[in-house]
Ligand binder design. Structure first.
Ligand code: ATR
Length: 276
C-alpha cells in the first residue's frame, strides 16, 4: 500500500504542532500516512495544489499567511470556508475537484463558544482584537450563536474595515481607544499574534474591565500567554488557544480520513508537553 501524504503550508511554519498531532493519530488509527511541514513562498502555492490534483499529496492544511491566498487556486470552497473566505483544509473530492474547507470555525466553537452556551450568550458584547487570517472564522462562529454586538479592533484600521465589508454587523473600535471602551465588554478575544512565544506582547493594561469578563487567547504557544497569566491573577476566566488548535486538527483529520479522532485529556497533555 502507498503511504498517504499530508502537510501544512505556511510561512513561518517550523513551530507548528500539526505534524505531531496528525502523526500521532495516524499511528493510533493504523493509517499508513505521514504529515509534514511545508514552508513555501506565495509563488509556490500553485505547485502544491497541483500535487493534490495528481495524487502526490492527499491533503493539506493552510496557515498564516495563506488562508485567503490559496482560494484562487481551488476549484471550489464549501461550508464554513464559503462563509468566511478563509481556507485551512484542502483535499480532492470524488469528482476530482480541489476543495477548500475551513475547520477553524469548528475549532473555535468546540473549544469556546459551545462551552458558554447557557450563559445568555447572545446578550454578550464581544471584542475581537486583530484582523488577520483567523478573525473571519471567529466572527462567523460568534454570529452563528446569535451574538449581535461584535466589535473589532486592529492596529491597522484598514484591515478592520476590510473585515467589516464582509461582516457589516460588526462595529469597529480604533486601536487607540480600546482602553476606554473595554469596560463595556463581556468577552475579549485575542486574535492577534501578540503574546506568541519570542514575539511582542500587548502594551495595553486592560485597566477598566468588567469583573465578569471572559478572556480567550487564540495563541497556544505558550499555552499560558502573559495576558492569560495577568488575567488569572485578577480572577478573570481565561481560555487558551490549545483546544482550538486540537479541534481544528480533529475536523481536518476527519474530513481526510473519515475517522473522527478522539480528543481527550491525554491528547491535550501530549500537545501541551510538546510546547515546553
Ligand atoms: P496576517 O495579518 O498576515 O493575516 P495574522 O498572524 O493572521 O497575519 O494576523 C496578525 C494580527 O496580529 C493582525 O491583526 C496584526 O495587526 P496588523 O493588521 O496591524 O498588522 C496583529 N498584530 C501583530 N503584531 C502586532 C502588534 N505589535 N500590535 C498590534 N497588533 C499586532
Amino acid at each position: 500500500m502507498m503511504e498517504k501524504k499530508f502537510g501544512i503550508i505556511g510561512k513561518p511554519i517550523s513551530h507548528s504542532l500539526s505534524p505531531a498531532l496528525h502523526n500521532l493519530w495516524f499511528k493510533k488509527y493504523n493509517i499508513f500516512a505521514n504529515y509534514s511541514l511545508i514552508e513555501i513562498e506565495p509563488q509556490e502555492i500553485e505547485g502544491i495544489i497541483k500535487k493534490i490534483r495528481n495524487g502526490e499529496l492527499q491533503g493539506i492544511n493552510v496557515t498564516v499567511p495563506y488562508k485567503q491566498a490559496v482560494i484562487p487556486f481551488l476549484d471550489l470552497i464549501i461550508d464554513d470556508a464559503k462563509e468566511t473566505l478563509s481556507v485551512n483544509t484542502i483535499s480532492l473530492n470524488k469528482e476530482g475537484k480541489i476543495v477548500g474547507n475551513n475547520t477553524d470555525v469548528y475549532g473555535f466553537e468546540q473549544s469556546f463558544v459551545n462551552k458558554l452556551s447557557n450563559q445568555n450568550l447572545e446578550k454578550n458584547r464581544v471584542l475581537v482584537l486583530g484582523a488577520g487570517g483567523v478573525t473571519p472564522s471567529i466572527i462567523y462562529a460568534l454570529k452563528k450563536k446569535k451574538i449581535n454586538e461584535i466589535f473589532i479592533s486592529n492596529r491597522t484600521l484598514k484591515k478592520a474595515e476590510e473585515i467589516k465589508k464582509k461582516f457589516s454587523f460588526t462595529q469597529i473600535i480604533e486601536w487607540k481607544n480600546i482602553e476606554t471602551k473595554i469596560q463595556d465588554m463581556d468577552i475579549i478575544i485575542n486574535a492577534t499574534s501578540l503574546g506568541l512565544k519570542n514575539g511582542s506582547d500587548f502594551k495595553l493594561e486592560f485597566k477598566n474591565i468588567n469583573s465578569n469578563l471572559i478572556y480567550y487567547d487564540i495563541i497556544y504557544n505558550p499555552n499560558e500567554t502573559t495576558m492569560i497569566k495577568k488575567f488569572k491573577k485578577r480572577n478573570i476566566q481565561t481560555f487558551s488557544g490549545l483546544e482550538m488548535f486540537i479541534y481544528q486538527a480533529q475536523k481536518s483529520f476527519s474530513l481526510w480520513n473519515k475517522i473522527n479522532p478522539e480528543v481527550n485529556e491525554e491528547i491535550k497533555q501530549i500537545v501541551a508537553t510538546k510546547l515546553k
